[in-house]
Design a protein around this ligand. Structure first.
Ligand SMILES: Cc1ncc(COP(=O)(O)O)c(C=O)c1O
Length: 423
């Protein structure tokens, strides 16, 4: 994603010899913020998920109330249990399922892999061997980050003509060192669901773990399905799905630092925990990657779930779906542009140029110059955009600017310089 340059730092600023007033600091913060993208106004394609001011207010107030507390007090223990009880049924989790609260998609995926590796080591009585994970090539890089940390090989395999991960190509890459099959619901590059029913059957017959990364779609897909959208089966109702990651800080409308990793069987969570006692202080147990965890994130996520309720999530999801449908139709109506199909399955849209005279990178640059930050896609060369409720109101303006930018690039034969940076 091409975020405009941040506000220049005060190069060389040192720790002030004397503390400054909050009024002065606050003014500085405000000034720095003024250079950021207008994310509430729908000008950012991902990273922020803005529903409305009322929800934003609840987020902030709840966080503030627990701002310095760690997770571990009775209050956060109760809120965590209630978050799990509110969330698990959305994913068709069985009675014996368990969950952990983490700081984001990356940590949730890390935890799922650590848990799966611990269990695989036990089941195969193999503590030191190197395992592998087979994943469609569209899997999020947090998989590779976790695998690098845990010295696990990742085998990325081809997707089908709808860009969905599927059993045949995954199976061809599996061997007796495979500990996990990885699938996305949906994948970040194209917003399509992998063929999770097929992958579940494969994982079950091979006796390996299937992790479903629903970091993006976890808090969208259940409500989209209730709204009648044709969402493929992907959750714990699919036999073979062992764990699911779903981010509260995306479409759960919680502030940053909130995600869930859920397990079909809570018994496996003994592999998730880190336990240590070989030092003078005593035994140390931590449920996930972080040591001290922020209770503010828990309080805020709990409060937003309570504030929105099912009705609020249905309304938010309806906005996302409407904005996505308008984006797809609007892009396809602009001469020289076309959405990559299947388009808009789960709030991610990629579009490309169909006209040799329209350089799509130049279109992205033109949009950026007008304050519309949009992601650049490498393969196929295109523009990548996630959709959240904030995009609905600005969609008309955006489509007009997109049509203008496309026309400008065509008329002036502008070419752009592709920017590899994802985010
Ligand atoms: C499918 C998917 N998985 C994982 C992640 C990583 O999440 P985070 O940035 O919260 O670590 C993302 C982020 O966009 C995602 O879309």
């Amino acid at each position: 994603m091409n975020i405009p340059p941040r506000h220049p730092h005060r190069v060389g600023a040192a720790l002030p010899a004397k503390g400054r007033t909050w009024a002065a600091i606050s003014a500085d913060l405000q000034e720095m913020k003024a250079g950021d993208p207008d994310w509430k106004g729908g000008r950012l394609p991902a990273l922020t998920y803005f529903l409305d001011e009322a929800t934003y207010e609840v987020q902030g107030q709840a966080y503030q109330r627990f701002i310095s507390e760690p997770v571990g007090f009775p209050s956060s223990g109760r809120m965590l249990q209630e978050i799990f009880s509110m969330a698990l049924p959305l994913f068709a989790a069985p009675e014996e399922a368990g969950a952990s609260f983490t700081t984001g998609g990356t940590e949730s995926v890390f935890q799922a892999i650590k848990t799966a590796r611990g269990r695989t080591r036990d089941l195969r009585n193999d503590r030191y061997g190197r395992f592998n994970i087979v994943a469609p090539e569209t899997a999020h890089p947090c998989l590779d980050k976790a695998a690098e940390l845990m010295d696990i090989e990742v085998r990325r395999v081809a997707v089908d003509d709808e860009r969905r991960g599927h059993a045949a190509s995954v199976q061809a890459a599996m061997d007796d060192r495979t500990m996990m099959v990885y699938a996305s619901a949906p994948c970040y590059p194209f917003g399509v669901f992998d063929r999770i029913e097929e992958l579940g059957a494969l994982a079950q017959s091979a006796g390996v773990w299937l992790h479903v990364d629903a970091c993006w779609g976890g808090f969208l897909a259940p409500f989209a399905k209730k709204l009648g959208r044709p969402i493929p089966r992907w959750d714990f109702s699919v036999a073979g799905v062992s764990s699911i990651s779903a981010d509260l800080h995306k479409f759960g409308y919680a502030p940053k630092g909130a995600s869930l990793v859920m397990y079909r069987d809570a018994a496996v969570q003994r592999y998730e925990r880190f336990e240590f006692s070989n030092w003078p202080r005593g035994s140390y147990v931590s449920p996930s990657f972080l040591g001290t965890k922020p209770a503010g994130a828990v309080a805020s996520a709990w409060s937003v779930l309570q504030f929105l309720g099912e009705e609020g999530f249905m309304g938010a999801t309806a906005k996302v779906l409407e904005a996505t449908a308008r984006l797809v139709a609007g892009v396809n109506a602009i001469p020289g542009l076309r959405c990559v199909e299947p388009a808009g399955e789960c709030a991610i849209v990629v579009f490309e140029s169909t006209d040799a005279g329209v350089d799509i990178t130049a279109v992205a640059e033109r949009l950026l110059a007008r304050g519309w930050v949009r992601g650049q896609m490498r393969e196929p060369r295109g523009i990548h955009q996630g959709v959240n409720p904030a995009h609905l109101e600005s969609m008309g303006d955006y489509l007009r600017e997109l049509a203008d930018a496309t026309e400008y690039v065509r008329a002036n034969r502008v070419t752009g310089k592709f920017n590899e940076h994802t985010y």
